[in-house]
Design a protein around this ligand. Sequence first.
Ligand SMILES: NC(=O)c1ccc[n+]([C@@H]2O[C@H](COP(=O)([O-])OP(=O)(O)OC[C@H]3O[C@@H](n4cnc5c(N)ncnc54)[C@H](O)[C@@H]3O)[C@@H](O)[C@H]2O)c1
Length: 330
Amino acid sequence: MYETSFHHIDISGKTFLVTGGAGFIGSNLVEYLLKYRAKKVIVMDNLATGFEENLKPYLSLPNFEFFKGDICEINDCHKACAGVDHVFHDAALGSVPRSIKNPIATHNVNATGFINVLIAARDAKVKRVVYASSSSVYGDSKVMPKVEDKIGKQLSPYAVSKMTNELYGEIFAKTYQMEIVGLRYFNIFGPRQNPQGEYAAAIPLFINALLKGESPMINGDGEQTRDFTFVENAVQANIKAMFADLKNAQGDVFNIAVGERVSLNQLIDILRKLIGTEVKQTHRADRPGDVRDSLADISKAKTILGYDPKVKIEDGLSNTLEWFKKQYSY
Ligand SMILES: NC(=O)c1ccc[n+]([C@@H]2O[C@H](COP(=O)([O-])OP(=O)(O)OC[C@H]3O[C@@H](n4cnc5c(N)ncnc54)[C@H](O)[C@@H]3O)[C@@H](O)[C@H]2O)c1
């Protein structure tokens, strides 16, 4: 993967902090930065949902540093940001159901932790912060496809925490003259996404079940749709958002997706074909806080960032399947 650099800017003289770099999206970003010879990459992660194992290939590199720190601790954030040029902020507690069960934990990490990172980035005079927002901010908006300036009411504490990021992102950028860019990720999937635990995402759960010959469990009728996005596209968006020559880096936000949607039933069909299995899905009740349909208009990211999601769902799923087979030896 990452056969070609996404951006003409040479990153070899630059120092990066990736918060949440031991997690799924963060570790894929770290892989790219090190492959393209960043001067230094620092990961700050408290391993709440991430794994040191995801960073294993890099731990011995002289230009890599893993700092086991907590974004809820401002001193950890100051320490991590010292001497850094660029911050990718991907640390958070994901999952809508987790936020419904424990809204305080989600708020502490996703909202308060975010301000801590921004304050530390401001004080360290970081050039730009690119942070993870989420398509969940669209909430109950019926507009399809989703366009950045038309959001609805958020449907979960998780969505509120991400909306809070966007509000603080804009206010910090304007108040402290910082460069801050938000990426609204739409259902990212790929290698290193965790299939285990109560809050695992749909694709790793489905892959795990089908590879074991078990029936994947779908919440609801399976006709809900998502704009599933392979992680390499998200990495590309991060690099482009960090180095694009932006007129408005003051808290602007961009949809990051493919601009195509599939239903969960269609997704299972694709996986079944790729794996070569006849195992059928099982349906259970709808999940509270979930949106019915999700599809992004990605023209803003295309026009302003030069974002060009090259990997479509079938290729992304096939790549992800290969990783799961190697990793978990089914
Ligand atoms: N995966 C998706 O589809 C998706 C969609 C929308 C938004 N996002 C957002 O993208 C970001 C990355 O998500 P991911 O899917 O890679 O999740 P992930 O859980 O794999 O990664 C998050 C990382 O943050 C770390 N972390 C959590 N709390 C922390 C704390 N207090 N201090 C330091 N580190 C902490 C975790 O240990 C983990 O390594 C998150 O902000 C998430 O909300 C993801």
